[in-house]
Write a protein that binds this ligand. Structure first.
Ligand code: UDP
Ligand code: MG
Length: 320
């Protein structure tokens, strides 16, 4: 990488006590490494404490290095990150949590990995300093996500990550999908890796997430699986489910038809009869849904899809 312009995107939701110390720690590290330029973008996600005032005080002091974005209300971490990504100008984008649990001294490790050819580097809180009520479900969540998505990472949800700009240009982060950015990036063919990072106990403010994040997280996982594996062939997802139920329905009804021909006993009152019909109806609905989904996919903007999956290298035309 020739040019190194770092953008730090930091989502902030009621973190008044740690904004200035975090900024100072980032600055300490940046002053020791060789880069061309940097900017720090604080995104206030509808805080109700003094966070926005703290951010503004910093902007007054360092107007060329700090940007502040204020969301009108609390929209959630994904929206805060997405707003920050849009305003970032660097070719390398870091994300860090604002609560000082992530340690900026790890920044050089991330840069090394990016320089060695990776597109996205995820922090791995190997010794996570959070209560057991957070670390245990998180381990389960990471294992299940890793198995289902085939992305080999230990800590999908670590807020400390570094991206090459191209990655974020291709991914839309909304809802609570920030947890799955590595999965989305992997599905688009970007090179992903992880680095173990120090993780500190939260000393100020409160955690914004409880167990409910995992129930919502698993619903998001279904969305991510559907959109990564079947984005370009939704008919296969619905079609195979439809065929599965179709085969069960036909087998059940076929068996009953044979019984009816053999006049063993009446079939109209048997639960298997209703079950078979239910499967056939479900099958027809799923297959129709698949066809509809294919028709919709056919009409999406192909330029967007192309931009997502390839880097276009054009040979300049020769003059004369
Ligand atoms: N955050 C945010 N919007 C929210 C919730 C959290 O911007 O709705 C920010 C929060 O200020 C912090 C980061 O996201 O900088 C991670 O949140 P938290 O530390 O509460 O998560 P935990 O470390 O407990 O998983
Ligand atoms: Mg935290």
């Amino acid at each position: 990488m020739n040019n190194k312009y770092l953008s730090f995107v930091i989502p902030v939701y009621n973190e008044e006590a740690t904004i200035k110390p975090l900024f100072e720690r980032i600055l300490d590290v940046i002053n020791l490494i060789e880069i061309d330029s940097y900017e720090i973008i604080f995104v206030d996600d509808g805080s109700s404490d003094r966070s926005w005032i703290e951010i503004n005080e910093l902007i007054k002091k360092y107007p060329h290095k700090i940007k502040g974005i204020k969301l009108r209300r609390n929209f959630g971490k994904s929206s805060a990150l997405s707003a920050g990504f849009k305003k970032s100008r660097g070719n390398i984008i870091f994300t860090l949590d604002a609560d000082l649990q992530d340690d900026p001294t790890e920044i050089p490790k991330f840069l090394e990995k990016l320089e060695s050819g990776h597109d996205l580097v995820c922090g791995w809180r190997k010794n996570r300093n959070d209560p057991l009520s957070k670390t245990l479900p998180s381990k389960l969540f990471n294992r299940v996500t890793s198995i289902l998505t085939e992305v080999k990472l230990h800590d999908f949800n670590c807020g400390f990550k570094a991206y090459k700009k191209e990655v974020l240009d291709c991914i839309k982060v909304y809802g609570e999908l920030h947890r799955y950015i590595p999965v989305l990036a992997h599905s688009l063919g970007f090179k992903i890796t992880e680095v173990p990072v120090q993780h500190h106990r939260r000393k100020q403010g409160k955690s914004k997430y409880g167990l409910e994040r995992y129930t919502r997280g698993f619903i998001d996982l279904l969305t991510v699986l559907a959109t990564t594996h079947y984005l370009h062939k939704p008919g296969h997802l619905f079609g195979s489910l439809g065929l599965f139920f179709g085969v069960i329905g036909m087998t059940s009804l076929g068996y009953l038809t044979i019984l009816w021909f053999m006049e063993v006993r009446p079939i109209g009152t048997r639960p298997l009869f209703l079950f078979g019909i239910l499967c056939i109806i479900l099958s027809v609905q799923l297959i129709s849904l698949g066809i509809l989904a294919e028709l919709i996919t056919k009409n999406v903007d192909n330029n967007y899809v192309d931009k997502q999956i390839c880097e276009v290298v054009e040979i300049p035309e020769k003059n004369g």
